[in-house]
Structure formats: structure tokens, C-alpha cells
Design a protein. Structure first.
Length: 307
């Protein structure tokens, strides 16, 4: 049965660890595996603009011996005259995998249904699972074993990043805290799924409205842009509502002395994070950005082995 990666909980704790182990191997030797030799083609579809996702998938597919076929919805029938399911039926006869950066999670699920090649969520409005693989790889490099670590996310708890953090960190057996206003709390169904996973892995999920309380003793401090693509009209309200959740030097001082700061980028310095934090000695954002390449290569190798 073909495996897809549409949400962080599409893989088990053991499978997540296996992918991260493989990412570490591939980072040591970028050209160790060539499952796409031929070269085979991977369709990489973009509904949203991108820097890190586009570069890391294009380079990673080439590293694995393949050819990335970059498609935008503006230059294809997808989202216009053709459904995701029909697009997938066309692509699966010609490509080894499909990667899609899009809006609605439902479109990804429709594309993956009955599709014979792996479908990867490169970002949707609900989840960003590829970013979390890179983040967990970065945390593992700097902190060692993930199990038992405490990570605190600050800002929009209903964002795709917050949803992926609670699912992926629970899967890794971590303790994840979300610091957000009540109106920005994660979806109840996502929290329920994360709680179910955490009960099996020894992790936990907590929702806090007090940002200072949430920061206390954390091993990893995380934030993301407050104004994601498609939400620009909400900027003034979001700056007002989320202002108390900015990551500052005070935030970092409440965390453990050896805490690290991560941010998936792009960052709005002075809004969700102060410049002296993201550009400071505890920040590992550039390692994190590079690790998109290694984590996604490992994911593709892992999925192709099960296709």
C-alpha cells in the first residue's frame, strides 16, 4: 500500500525516528542513496510562493538522482478545470512522487486518495509536516534524544505550524506547550489527536495563555510569523492580539540556560521575535533551514521504499 505524508501523525513514533536517523546519514553523505536514478521525475506543485521549500525539494530530488518538475497552478489546470484527483491520475503514470504546497488540506487528501505514488504535503493551511521533520532533526542535533524535551511555541496556536508542532512533538515523546490567546488556541480535534499520541509516547500537550509561564524551563523556544500567506488583511488585529507573545531576551531568560531558538522563516524581526534573539547565540535557524534538505530527502527515500 502506497504511503503518503499529509499530516505529522501519518507516521508512528518508530517511523519518525527511522526517518530522522536516515536524515542524519544523508546529511553526512548527501549522495549515498539514488532511488530516483534514471532519472525519475518528482512533480513539485506550488499554489503558494516559496523559497526554502522550493530550493530544498529541487536540490534534494537532484541529490537523489532525480529530476524535479516544478509546476505552478498558474501554469497548469490544477485548481481550475481539473480536480486534484484527476491531476494525480495523470501524474502518477509519469512521476515517482507528488509534492504539493497548497491551501486546503482537503485537496491533498483528495489527491492522495487511491493514488499509486507517494503524495507529500509541502505545506497546507492546516499542517506543515515537512518543516517539523527538519525542526526535529535540528533539535536532535543540538539536544540529543528528543524524548522528554520541552518545546514552547509562541503566537498563533491555530496556525499550521502550531498544529504540526503538537502532533510531531507528541509523536517524538516531547512535552509541547502552546502559548497563545484563547481565540488563537489550536483546533480541538488536533489537540485530541496529539493527546492520544502523547499517551502512548510519554509526551504531553499544554495550552497556556500566559507566555512567561509557558517559557519557564523550556529546552526549545519557537515562534512563527503572525501574518501567514492569505491572512494579510488580518495584520493589524494580529499584531494587537499577539503582541504579548513576542519572543524576547526576557522570554529566552526564562527558558533553560542552554535553550535554543528556532523559527521556520521568513521572520518579521521586531514583530514575533526580536532581532537580538533570532540573530543571537541561541538561534539555530540557519541549521534548521538547511535541514529541510536532509529531512525531505530522507522522507522521500523512506516513502519510495514503500511505494
Amino acid at each position: 500500500m502506497t504511503r503518503h505524508f499529509l499530516r505529522d501523525d501519518d507516521i508512528t513514533a518508530a517511523e519518525q525516528a527511522e526517518i530522522l536517523d536516515l536524515a542524519i546519514e544523508l546529511k553526512k553523505d548527501r549522495w549515498a542513496q539514488k532511488p530516483l536514478a534514471g532519472p525519475q521525475t518528482v512533480a513539485v506543485i506550488f499554489d503558494k510562493s516559496s523559497t526554502r521549500t522550493r530550493v530544498s525539494f529541487a536540490v534534494g530530488i537532484a541529490d537523489l538522482g532525480g529530476t524535479p518538475l516544478i509546476i505552478t497552478t498558474a501554469s497548469s489546470q490544477l485548481g481550475g478545470k481539473e480536480t486534484p484527483a484527476d491531476t494525480a491520475r495523470v501524474l502518477e503514470r509519469q512521476v515517482a512522487a507528488i509534492v504539493w504546497r497548497t491551501y486546503a488540506q482537503a485537496g491533498l487528501e483528495q489527491m492522495a486518495k487511491d493514488t499509486r505514488v507517494p503524495v507529500v504535503n509541502a505545506l497546507s493551511d492546516d499542517f506543515h509536516p515537512c518543516q517539523l521533520l527538519a525542526d526535529l532533526l535540528t533539535i536532535r542535533e543540538h539536544k540529543g534524544d528528543l524524548k522528554g524535551l520541552t518545546l514552547t511555541f509562541f503566537g498563533d496556536g491555530r496556525s499550521n505550524m502550531a498544529h504540526s508542532y503538537v502532533l510531531a512533538c507528541a509523536t517524538a515523546g516531547m512535552h509541547v506547550r502552546v502559548a497563545a490567546p484563547e481565540d488563537y488556541s489550536p483546533r480541538d480535534d488536533v489537540i485530541a489527536d496529539a493527546d492520544r499520541i502523547a499517551a502512548q509516547t510519554g509526551g504531553s500537550v499544554e495550552i497556556h495563555t500566559d507566555p512567561l509561564e509557558a517559557a519557564a524551563g523550556a529546552d526549545i523556544i519557537v515562534t512563527d510569523t503572525w501574518v501567514s500567506m492569505g491572512k494579510e488583511e488580518e495584520k493589524i488585529a494580529r499584531l494587537r492580539d499577539l503582541g504579548a507573545y513576542k519572543v524576547t531576551e526576557e522570554t529566552m531568560s526564562l527558558a533553560r540556560p542552554d535553550a535554543i531558538f528556532i523559527h521556520c522563516l521568513p521572520a518579521d524581526r521586531g514583530y514575533e521575535v526580536d532581532a537580538n534573539v533570532i540573530d543571537g547565540p541561541q538561534s539555530v535557524v540557519w541549521d534548521e533551514a538547511e535541514n529541510r534538505l536532509h529531512a525531505q530527502k530522507a522522507l522521500l527515500v523512506w516513502l519510495l521504499q514503500r511505494a
